[in-house]
Design a protein around this ligand. Structure first.
Ligand SMILES: Nc1nc2c(ncn2[C@@H]2O[C@H](COP(=O)(O)OP(=O)(O)O)[C@@H](O)[C@H]2O)c(=O)[nH]1
Ligand SMILES: [Mg+2]
Length: 302
């Protein structure tokens, strides 16, 4: 599954502008895809003569308000991007960030309260597991009502809760001292080379990818075919089997071995055959820990 981020912020902070800067799409829909720029992928694609080069992508979801119901659409995302108005001179970004955090807390409280209401009804059947959940939800609600966040809960949370307050949060100051989103949204419509001539710094997309990579501890691996060469993201520490599952469930189910080579070794050798001749390609099992920049070919059997 692709990485997913949610854009939140107060009205007119620049949410739609960030959406356009990341996805390059003119319309500000609710959901779009941002392609992760990666020079290594381009070089690997050239080396194997790929007819198609597909970057890894981030699914970007914009919510157009801060009510609990709208924010509730973000329970599946991997991280939240909070846009703060630092361009108009009329806002205090640090205060707006606190307001946003409070909205997330309220959305989580609302979520727990709704679930408690539903599970309480079901628990009337006498099911002991449901009764236990009611007790736990009551404790959680008291915890949140005391002003704490679900992220501070000492025990294990029911998995279905997916608290917003527990998600990594990247604050994006929209303005000349942070990311100039208005400029970035305009540049996102140009060809990358053309756009970079207007910039002194990294693009909004590069900056967001850099921060997400560090916050979520992500790595990239590549699959290199002449038909298609493609980049994928994983959490650091993931196994060859996880990598296989990212590409296709069949590859994980029928996993035999993974042929692994570092991307720069492949580029240096000039082809898979030459890399193999030089002994740069290894055979690894399911448990192998994938390294950033690995080129992986899964041998499988279904
Ligand atoms: N000057 C300036 N205006 C911006 C910037 N970002 C957004 N705006 C303007 O602020 C208004 C609201 O932006 P928008 O992205 O629609 O905000 P949203 O309500 O959070 O989606 C629009 O008119 C934008 O053109 C910026 O970095 N600089
Ligand atoms: Mg908007």
């Amino acid at each position: 599954m692709a990485l997913e981020v949610g854009i939140v912020g107060l009205p007119s902070s620049g949410k739609s502008t960030l959406f356009r800067a990341l996805t390059g799409s003119r319309s500000s829909g609710d959901v779009g895809m941002a392609a992760i720029p990666d020079d290594r992928l381009v070089r690997v694609g050239e080396t194997v003569g790929a007819r198609k080069v597909t970057p890894a992508a981030i699914r970007v979801v914009e919510v157009r308000g801060t009510g609990p119901e709208l924010l509730g659409n973000l329970r599946q995302v991997d991280a939240l991007l909070v846009v703060l108005d630092a361009f108009s001179g009329t806002r205090a970004p640090a205060e707006d960030l606190e307001t946003l955090r409070l909205e997330l807390l309220v959305a989580d409280r609302d979520h727990v309260a709704r679930r408690l209401e539903r599970v309480s009804k079901q628990a009337k059947s006498g099911d002991p597991a449901l009764k236990r959940e009611v007790t736990q939800l009551e404790l959680l609600l008291a915890h949140v009502d005391a002003g704490a966040s679900l992220a501070d809960w000492p025990g294990k949370l029911p998995a279905e809760l997916e608290p917003l307050t527990a998600k990594p949060l990247l604050a994006i100051g929209n303005g000349p001292d942070g990311i100039d989103l208005k400029l970035e949204a305009e540049l996102a419509e140009l060809a990358p080379d053309e756009a970079s001539a207007f910039r002194e710094r990294a693009s909004a997309l590069e900056e967001v990818v850099r921060r997400l990579t560090s916050e979520l501890d992500l790595i990239s691996f590549f699959t290199a075919g002449d038909k298609e060469t493609r980049a994928w993201t994983l959490r650091r520490g993931s196994s060859a089997l996880d990598a296989a599952a990212t590409v296709h469930s069949d590859l994980a189910r029928g996993f035999i071995r993974a042929e692994v080579i570092r991307w720069d070794d492949l580029v240096e050798a000039g082809s898979h055959a030459e890399a193999a001749r030089r002994g740069l390609q290894r055979l690894e099992g399911k448990a192998y820990e994938v390294q950033d920049g690995d080129v992986i070919n899964v041998r499988f059997n279904v």
